[in-house]
Design a protein around this ligand. Structure first.
Ligand code: NAD
Length: 445
């Protein structure tokens, strides 16, 4: 439906009509295809931060056309902005205006990526102000860019530099088509860990991944994406979804495990299956989820409890099992939701479960890191799946086109790409955070 509308309003008569009527025209998003160029043109490196030259060196090592100034008449594929040294709001003015000139010539599907530092306790007020100003600037720029271009940032904790493998991996993810529906977001690099892949098109080569809720929707897309990126995939879903599950498992040449994740021994059964059939376990994606929407005033125990049990309590229990088994270097990614960030009418139970997921990953990061691994969440916005097909038509139309900066719902593949990135060894220095994949929806921060 979105695609038909998108095609209609972006071509010939439909485009003219849409312009006259002021209808939203969702842009084409530049999505990852193996072998495509990383960016659609030269990369302009701006800013005088310490990281400017190292960033240019990294981009050059990837074989990109890197320039410090865009010559007149050229189109930029991306702008990378070094703001890691900003210590006063006045430090921003020159680079902001330079960036303004570059985005006038940004290609469709172009990217703007900033490098700055997070706001932490104990900073001087002007330093904190400058760092937070970057946040506001980049998020607002996301709302101004057109043609499917996006604006995101990498936050380097004090003491880290661009040499940190995960800083480079985050930059590459944000420049690439893998981040097509990630807009107005910041990825925080918390430590030096992380290992860059030998082949950027096969970042999960040799890994064994478990995906729960893999029979359809986002879970099926995750299984396919992880497999494309080189992982062996165990597809988990309830017995009732057995035949759809077998189809996905066959497609990805993985194995199927029929399992209700709310079973008390689910974690144990997953470890056992992965070890016996694949020789180990490196990645777990907690994707299985349900909605049972009702206003809180009309909520019943069955609706509340089932949503919390599937979406959150099962994950807590399975994580306990993984930690107790001492699984080394395990990377876990959990599905949260923008509803858990901003709240959503009729979804107190669902938002409680998804808010809970974000709390869980933040509090579990140390335990997984002690074993060499990590845990993060991905919070999708409006994604076109069977789950959202149940949302009333008018609400769906609004959610797709008016609220997000990218003026459309996302695809399951968009969520899967972000999960693939966070599950990879190159994201080893990213831990305990939540990455939104929402096209910069107005909902939440
Ligand atoms: P979906 O309903 O299409 O698929 C969910 C899958 O999970 C199904 O195959 C289902 O059988 C499985 N499942 C449910 N309970 C299970 C259990 N107890 N044990 C094992 N498997 C179980 O949903 P989707 O839209 O693909 O969503 C996937 C995840 O993404 C969910 O966690 C959801 O909350 C989250 N999410 C989706 C959206 C969206 O817009 N679609 C937005 C934000 C978050």
């Amino acid at each position: 439906m979105t695609n038909q509308y998108q095609t209609l309003v972006n071509q010939g008569l439909g485009r003219r009509l849409a312009r006259q009527l002021g209808l939203p025209r969702p842009p084409h998003l530049r999505r990852y295809r193996q072998g495509q160029p990383l960016v659609p043109g030269p990369v302009v490196v701006l800013g005088s931060g310490t990281s400017a030259q190292p960033l240019a060196d990294v981009l050059l090592a990837w074989g990109l056309d890197v320039v410090r100034h865009l010559s007149p008449g050229r189109t930029a594929g991306a702008a990378v902005v070094a703001l890691d040294d900003v210590a006063h709001p006045s430090d921003l003015s020159e680079v902001a205006l330079e960036l303004g000139a570059v985005v006038k010539s940004l290609a469709p599907g172009g990217r703007v990526v900033s490098f700055s530092r997070p706001v932490v306790d104990g900073l001087e007020p002007e330093v904190a102000a400058a760092r937070h100003a970057v946040d506001g600037m980049m998020r607002s720029l996301g709302r101004e860019l057109r043609g499917g271009a996006t604006s995101n940032g990498v936050l380097l904790r004090d003491g880290l530099d661009v040499e940190a493998p995960s800083a480079q991996a985050a930059l590459r993810f944000l420049l690439s088509g893998r981040s097509a529906y990630v807009d107005g977001q910041f990825i925080e690099i918390s430590d030096q860990r992380g290992e860059l892949p030998d082949d950027w098109d096969q970042p999960l080569a040799g890994k064994v991944a478990v995906v729960t809720g893999a029979a359809r929707g986002i879970g099926a897309a995750i299984a396919r994406t992880l497999s494309r990126d080189g992982a062996q995939v165990v597809c988990v879903d309830v017995p009732a979804a057995g035949s759809a599950l077998a189809t996905v498992a066959n497609d990805v040449q993985g194995t199927a495990l029929q399992l209700d994740v709310t079973r008390p021994d689910a974690g144990h059964l997953i470890i056992q299956h992965a070890r016996q059939r694949h020789g180990g376990l490196d990645i777990v994606v907690h994707n299985a989820g349900i909605t049972r929407d009702k206003l809180l005033a009309n909520m019943d125990a069955a609706r509340w409890n089932s949503v919390l049990a599937v979406n959150l309590e099962s994950q807590l229990r399975m994580n306990d099992a993984f930690l107790t088994a001492g699984l080394q270097n395990l990377r876990v990614v959990s599905l949260a939701s923008t509803s858990g960030i901003a709240g959503n009418r009729g979804q107190t139970n669902y938002a409680a479960s998804k808010g809970g997921v974000m709390g869980m990953v933040a509090a579990s990061r140390r335990d997984f890191a002690e074993l060499g691994g990590g845990i993060n969440a991905v919070a999708p916005g409006f994604i076109e799946t069977e789950m959202t097909a149940k949302v009333p038509l008018a609400t769906r139309a609004v959610a797709r086109m008016i609220m997000p900066s990218l003026m459309q719902g996302g695809l399951p593949e968009d969520v899967a790409e972000a999960i693939g990135f966070l599950a990879s060894g190159s994201a080893g220095g990213i831990n305990g955070g939540t990455l939104r994949v929402c096209g910069q929806s107005l909902i939440g921060r």
